[in-house]
Design a protein around this ligand. Structure first.
Ligand code: AMP
Length: 301
């Protein structure tokens, strides 16, 4: 079984949704991604936290077998914090505050044992940090990236540069439209393919996802839920599970990528049923398998 190297934010999130609020809960794109990928395969994490990062969160990540050698802890530093709400739209977070804290001066240095990583997940963080990590990996077989509206606004050129260096680009429908200035998702996806990736996966929240490659399209619904508690981390657990499943199976073909996407959707559906990491903390593979089969049946005709 291969390992997945993940870089991205490790955060303390304060979130409001129609179901309630949480303050300074464990979050971050890399945290969600690593928690999901570790359901399937070993994970190496690259990130940074301050000395305000609670020990219980580190213990949780360790309990999942996640390698934390690449997680720096800065004495006197403040952990990245994100504050947002989903009051008007459960499919789109409204950011109230982003405090970069220790991410502002972060220089990722990969431990020796990480440099040979074959699968790399560039989770959401400043795209220049994603590029710095990619520069240090010797010979990756598959690189997947994610991003968000903030970086498309602040660092569009760097985001495009990242897209040019990955095999799979994942982004949501709004981000795809924003990055390409194209309303039609198929046209937007095809434009993004021209930057270099072999596949572009567009997430559509409760409506599932669409994969666009040079010679095929693949569309899958989301696992249907009658209640969403907290959409935070859905995209990160979706992408983390895709990478974990590819690592577990060792099969990087497009056919297996389709299965990985359905597993990703299954884990994402569990994520949104609780606040913070609650939905994936005790998640078992048989529940993921059950949701995978459910979606397979949902689409059969
Ligand atoms: P998502 O899967 O898109 O819901 O990702 C949610 C996570 O993204 C939250 O746990 C936040 O901590 C994290 N996040 C929010 N803003 C940023 C940012 N600017 N850079 C990196 N991570 C972020």
């Amino acid at each position: 079984m291969k390992e997945v190297l993940i870089v991205g934010s490790v955060a303390l999130d304060s979130i409001e949704t129609p179901a309630g609020t949480v303050d300074n809960a464990l979050g971050g794109a890399a945290t969600y991604g690593a928690a999901a990928a570790s359901l399937f395969s070993p994970v190496q994490l690259v990130g940074v936290v301050g000395d305000d990062f609670p020990a219980e969160h580190t213990q949780f990540l360790e309990s999942r077998g996640i390698d934390l050698e690449g997680l720096q802890r800065i004495e006197g530093g403040k952990t990245f914090r994100w504050k947002g709400d989903y009051i008007d739209d459960l499919n789109a977070a409204v950011t109230h505050e982003t405090q970069l804290g220790v991410f502002e001066h972060f220089e990722p240095t990969l431990p020796e044992s990480y440099k040979k990583a074959e699968l790399v997940f560039l989770a959401n963080i400043n795209p220049s940090l994603q590029l710095q990590v990619l520069d240090q990996v010797e010979n990756p077989k598959l690189v997947l990236c994610d991003t968000m509206n903030l970086w498309i606004n602040l660092a569009r050129e760097a985001v495009l540069k990242v897209f040019g260096r990955v095999d799979i680009a994942v982004l949501n429908d709004g981000e795809a439209r924003m990055l390409t200035e194209e309303d039609n998702l198929l046209v937007a996806g095809r434009q993004l393919l021209e930057l270099g990736p072999r596949a572009v996966i567009i997430k559509k929240g409760e409506h599932g996802s669409l994969m666009i490659t040079r010679d095929a399209l693949f569309s899958v619904p989301a696992y249907p839920l009658d209640k969403v508690v907290d959409p935070t981390g859905a995209g990160d657990t979706f992408a983390g599970s895709i990478m974990g499943y590819l690592a577990k199976t060792g099969d990087l073909s497009d056919a297996n990528l389709r299965r990985a996407i359905v597993y990703g959707g299954a884990v994402a559906s569990c994520t949104v049923q609780e606040f913070s990491l609650g939905g994936v903390r005790d998640l078992k593979l048989d529940e993921i398998e059950r949701r995978f089969q459910f979606v397979r049946d949902l689409c059969a005709f």
